[in-house]
Design a protein around this ligand. Structure first.
Ligand SMILES: *Cc1c(COP(=O)(O)O)cnc(C)c1O
Length: 365
């Protein structure tokens, strides 16, 4: 008997693979696989959540108070902001509004694993530009633009590499794109970057008709479970995203927690400082294992992409870290079979991760 049949482009989709939290044997592991904040959440956000709310009532469909607070913190216009069920929802909306079957959605070869899904679910073709080393190359992205290109997705800092294009390079990318191609600058890790470089993308989004910048509360704000993100850009882009997003897409608790978290910039600063220090410590430890074939890509994010090109394989490293109690992200599905992405965790966890990698290389702790 005939069954309902999916569209052919839907059949080709592999569902998003989230970071692991259990070993092969089912043992719970400390997660260094999903880039969550090891410091947890701001006490102000936790207090707002503890207040509770009337679960029977719908949330504010326009997240007005939250948008006003975001605008105040970043010097933006609240009417040029849309909030979403994580930034992921808004990326889906923006791509869906502008691309469809026969169109191309461009990103760097190593970028957020959600990007090809955004294109595939609407029947568009994901296209990947060759990186430079592992990082996005502006020249290669521009060379990959065709008349079918509708959207360029740039995660900056990038996931899984951690690489960061400075504002001058983002400007060069934007300047080289046709004005009818949308540039989405996905700043999920934006709060981890040097504060002096954090405003540039917002300025592009305020100035140009074809730039959207996305941010999330899932990483430095430590609110991944609440599913809150936002985008800013020109009014016509905001209008498109508003038409496609869910009507009540940010829950009451999500709006409350995000609002309170924005008021606690000390927590964000502490998260960035912890991350910068521990990332440098892990990077130094890996550099010292260079004679065993280990290296880490330079990162401005809250993780390091570690390459295993000597006697120790990435698979062995994943197993050893799992034995030691840690889930990390092995990325063969993203064309990186020799690489492992390790989220920067708590200090004592990083000490154990370093000891585990040293032991694996036969170096005494
Ligand atoms: C984690 C991440 C996001 C955030 O997704 P949410 O839906 O906001 O939780 C977006 N982009 C990149 C590159 C990420 O790594």
């Amino acid at each position: 008997m005939a069954r309902p049949q999916p569209k052919p482009w839907i059949s080709e989709i592999h569902a998003y693979v989230p970071g692991k939290s259990k070993s092969a044997s089912g043992k719970p592991l400390t997660k260094l696989s999903a880039n969550e904040n090891p410091l947890g959440s701001s006490p102000a956000a936790l207090a707002a959540l503890a207040e509770g709310h009337v679960a029977a009532d719908y949330p504010d469909p326009d997240a007005r108070a939250l948008r006003e607070k975001i605008a105040a913190v970043h010097g933006l216009d609240p009417d040029r902001i849309v909030c979403g069920t994580g930034s992921g929802e808004l990326l889906h909306c923006a791509v869906q509004a502008l691309a469809g079957p026969g169109d191309e959605v461009l990103a760097s070869r190593y970028s957020f694993s959600l990007y090809p899904l955004l294109a595939q679910k609407i029947g568009a073709t994901p296209v990947f530009a060759d990186p430079e080393g592992y990082a996005a190359s502006v020249d290669n992205l521009l060379a990959a633009v065709t008349p079918a290109t509708k959207v360029v997705l740039l995660d900056n800092p990038n996931n899984p590499v951690g690489s960061f294009l400075p504002p001058s390079e983002v400007a060069r990318l934007h300047a080289g794109l046709p004005s009818d191609v949308l540039l989405i600058v996905d700043e999920a890790y934006g709060e981890y970057v040097d504060p002096a470089l954090q405003q540039a993308a917002f300025d592009f989004a305020a100035r140009y008709e074809n730039v959207l910048v996305s941010r999330t509360f899932s990483k430095a704000y430590g609110l991944a479970s609440e599913r809150v993100g936002w985008v800013t850009g020109a009014p016509h882009l905001i209008d498109l995203v508003n038409r496609l997003r869910g009507a009540f897409n940010v829950s009451v608790s999500g709006q409350k927690a995000a609002l309170a978290a924005l008021g606690d910039q000390d927590f964000v600063r502490a998260s960035r400082e912890h991350n910068t220090a521990e990332r440098a410590r892990l990077a130094d430890a890996i550099a010292m294992l260079g004679n065993h074939g280990l290296s880490a890509s330079p990162s401005e994010a809250n993780f390091l992409l570690v390459h295993f090109e000597g006697e120790v394989s990435a698979t062995e490293a994943v197993e050893a870290l799992s034995e030691a109690g840690y889930a990390v992200r092995h990325l063969p599905g993203q064309g990186l079979p020799n690489a492992v992405r390790i989220t920067i965790g708590k200090s004592d966890d990083m000490t154990r991760v370093i000891a585990c990698l040293r032991a694996l290389c036969g170096e005494v702790a």
